[in-house]
Design a protein around this ligand. Structure first.
Ligand code: NI
Length: 138
C-alpha cells in the first residue's frame, strides 16, 4: 500500500449555543446542562481541525492542497456557523442539541463528500482549550 499521510487544516469560529434536550423537562435540562442551559445561550471560540488522509499525488507532492481544503471548510462550515447562534441559524444543526459531539457530526456530514483528494479522516472540535471532541465517521 502506498504511504498514507494525514493533512490538517485548523479553522476558528465564534458562535453561541444553548444545550437543551426536548427529551427532558425544563427542570431536568437545568439540572443536566447547568450554565450551558442558560435560556439565551452563551458563546464559545471554537477551534476546528479537519484531517484528510491520503496518498501523495506524484505531480504536486500534496495529498490535498491546503488552500483548497481551507476554502472547502470555509464555504461549507465556517460561513454557516461563524458569529451565529447554533440552535437557530445553522441549517445542518436545525433541531439538534448543539453539543460538541453533535456539532462535530454535523461538520463531518458537511465535508465528507466534498474532499477532492484523499478522504476525510477526522473532525476535531475544541469547545474550550481543555475540552474537545473528535469524530472519525464510525
Ligand atoms: Ni457551551
Amino acid at each position: 500500500m502506498a504511504r498514507q499521510f494525514y493533512v490538517t487544516r485548523r479553522e476558528v469560529f465564534s458562535a453561541a449555543h444553548r444545550l437543551h434536550s426536548n427529551d427532558y423537562s425544563d427542570a431536568e435540562n437545568a439540572e443536566i446542562f447547568g450554565k450551558c442551559n442558560n435560556p439565551n445561550g452563551h458563546g464559545h471560540n471554537y477551534v476546528l481541525e479537519v484531517v484528510v488522509k491520503g496518498e501523495i499525488i506524484k505531480e504536486t507532492g500534496y495529498v490535498i492542497d491546503l488552500k483548497i481544503l481551507k476554502n472547502i471548510i470555509r464555504e461549507h462550515v465556517i460561513k454557516k456557523v461563524d458569529h451565529k447562534h447554533l440552535n437557530h441559524d445553522v441549517d445542518f444543526l436545525h433541531g439538534i442539541n448543539p453539543t460538541a459531539e453533535n456539532i462535530a457530526l454535523g461538520i463531518w456530514e458537511q465535508l465528507v463528500n466534498k474532499i477532492p483528494n484523499g478522504e476525510l479522516h477526522s473532525v476535531k472540535l475544541y469547545e474550550t482549550e481543555n475540552n474537545y471532541v473528535e469524530y472519525k465517521g464510525e
